[in-house]
Design a protein around this ligand. Structure first.
Ligand SMILES: Cc1cc2nc3c(=O)[nH]c(=O)nc-3n(C[C@H](O)[C@H](O)[C@H](O)COP(=O)(O)OP(=O)(O)OC[C@H]3O[C@@H](n4cnc5c(N)ncnc54)[C@H](O)[C@@H]3O)c2cc1C
Length: 478
């Protein structure tokens, strides 16, 4: 089979680009190292080879795919090839990502937002701006069917209702709630978040974009990991390793789109450069950001509460007194019924909450490649937003009279981005305004690694908008 384009990775970057290129008539191979997940919509789409989400008896076996760290051997630890989560553990910044057809949409919390940072796309590179990107945000949000939860519609634990009348915290109508890619109309408010949504209440990209594109000719190579990229007579060659058999094969095409997620796209680029397959790329690794993420454990222990119910994220809230609250969201232990935990622990966890706060950090982290391993360098003191969020967590603890515990000294992000960012100058960025890698015609980056900075809000729609922008540029020039 000859392809017009190969895409590596099927998350927000890969799936949106695949959908556009296939609909424009291109022959596309979509390479994904993880499996199809066994969910109701994927079954209904007729996909026969599926792997369970980490629910019930699969909770431990299918939870983690790979753990990497500069302290571990180069390949890291690989508990299970079909595991859902991918963890990178490092002192400066640890990263949680995922694996499977649909990428991060299985574990994400369904918040579909535009950037909180003003003028996010302006003055980044010639040819992109907030204005040129706006239609792609519109398209992405419409495809996700995203809408914000409404006050008084009876959604369990929705912050908009829960904090109504609270003296110090609020989520009233002045605070814009995130739109959510969630099928509210089903009224299924259980087990639909970080551990996947087996009944399809949460909209995931495998069923929304990838499976429908197969009926228009998209070839999906699931359980195939791209282990090397380089030039070939046809343009670009990808070496793939099958996750089951261990066998290798090659694919060639004039265009190659990298969408393996921030850390993995950087790994592919660094490794190819180290092997001499790619030249220079002086800016590779610059501009890494954790989107100002800070996670907190809010030990509420509220009598009679069952915070495990609700939408994947309960919504935003803020401190009444704080004009500049970070983007602050609250979550329950959604999916806890699927985990094999002692009853007493499960009962307690239902009564506690998780806080996820984010804000536009300075995107001044640096990723480096040493002895076949990625290492992340991120100075939390050089990112004042983290201190602001810590102060907010302390105020929430005060306002509620319940402790908020966070690992301030060990930042963790679920929103890694940058490292192969867009900029006109190859000394500052890896890709140009079209998403093409400087000096490497036919090679594009369509995922979060190309983002120019921290949006300060959940980034999936910025990634989808960028991916659509890159894909439209490709079809416009074909
Ligand atoms: C717990 C959690 C909650 C989140 N909640 C939200 C939220 O509510 N809203 C929001 O906007 N964002 C959220 N995010 C972040 C969001 O999921 C990511 O920003 C987004 O998925 C990144 O998109 P991507 O296309 O860059 O990469 P991904 O979605 O990670 O997709 C990359 C894909 O590439 C595959 N891959 C990697 N390497 C290879 C390789 N070598 N060969 C083949 N395939 C490969 C991976 O298996 C993966 O499927 C959350 C993340 C987590 C972990």
């Amino acid at each position: 089979m000859t392809y017009d384009a190969i895409i590596i990775g099927s998350g927000f970057g890969g799936a949106f680009a695949a959908d556009h290129l296939v609909n424009a008539g291109m022959r596309v191979a979509l390479v994904e190292r993880g499996p199809w997940r066994d969910t109701a919509p994927v079954r209904a789409a007729g996909i026969t080879q599926r792997s369970p989400l980490p629910h019930g008896v699969h909770a431990l076996t299918h939870l983690v795919r790979r753990i990497t760290s500069p302290l571990l051997p180069a390949g890291g630890l690989s508990p299970h090839a079909h595991g859902l989560f991918d963890l990178h553990l490092e002192g400066d910044m640890s990263v949680v990502a995922s694996s499977g057809v649909g990428g991060g949409s299985h574990v994400y919390s369904a918040m579909n937002t535009r950037p909180a940072a003003e003028h996010y796309w302006d003055q980044r590179a010639d040819g992109i701006s907030d204005k040129t990107m706006a239609p792609y945000y519109g398209q992405a949000l419409a495809r996700m069917g995203a809408r914000a939860p409404r006050h008084g519609e009876g959604i369990p634990n929705f912050t908009g209702d829960r904090f109504s009348g609270h003296a110090l915290l609020h989520a009233d109508k002045t605070l814009q709630q995130p739109e959510m890619g969630f099928r509210f109309e089903r009224g299924a408010f259980r087990s639909n978040s970080y551990f996947g949504s087996a009944d399809g209440s949460k909209v995931t990209l495998d069923e929304l974009l990838v499976a429908p594109a197969m009926s228009k000719g998209l070839d999906v190579l699931d359980l195939h990991e791209a282990v090397d990229i380089g030039r070939s007579a046809r343009g670009w060659r990808v070496t793939l390793r099958h996750q089951g058999t261990g066998g290798y094969r090659h694919l060639d095409a004039p265009r190659l789109l990298l969408a393996a997620g921030t850390l993995n796209t950087m790994r592919l680029l660094f490794a190819a450069r180290a092997r001499g397959n790619l030249a220079a790329l002086p800016a590779l690794g610059l501009g890494f950001s954790g989107n100002g993420d800070m996670l907190g454990y809010w030990a509420c222990n509220d009598d009679g509460a069952d915070y495990s119910l609700g939408t994947p994220c309960h919504g935003r809230f803020a401190l009444r007194a704080d004009g500049e609250t970070p983007y602050l969201t609250s979550f329950g232990m959604n999916g806890i019924d699927d985990l094999p935990l002692p009853k007493i622990l499960r009962a307690r966890l239902r009564r506690d909450l998780i806080l996820v706060a984010m804000g536009a950090d300075e995107a001044n982290g640096v990723a480096r490649w040493r002895s076949g391993r990625l290492s992340l360098h991120y100075n939390r003191d050089a990112n004042p937003v983290l201190a602001r969020i810590s102060a907010t967590f302390r105020q929430i603890a005060q306002a509620s009279g319940k402790p908020v515990r966070s690992l301030r000294r060990y930042p963790v992000t679920v929103h890694p981005l940058g490292g192969a960012r867009v900029a006109d100058d190859p000394a500052l960025g890896v890709v140009n305004a079209s998403g093409a890698v400087h000096g490497h015609p036919g090679l594009y980056i369509a995922d979060a690694s190309a983002l120019p900075g921290a949006p300060g809000s959940p980034p999936s729609m910025s990634i989808a908008a960028w991916s659509l922008h890159v894909a439209h540029g490709i079809t416009a020039n074909t």
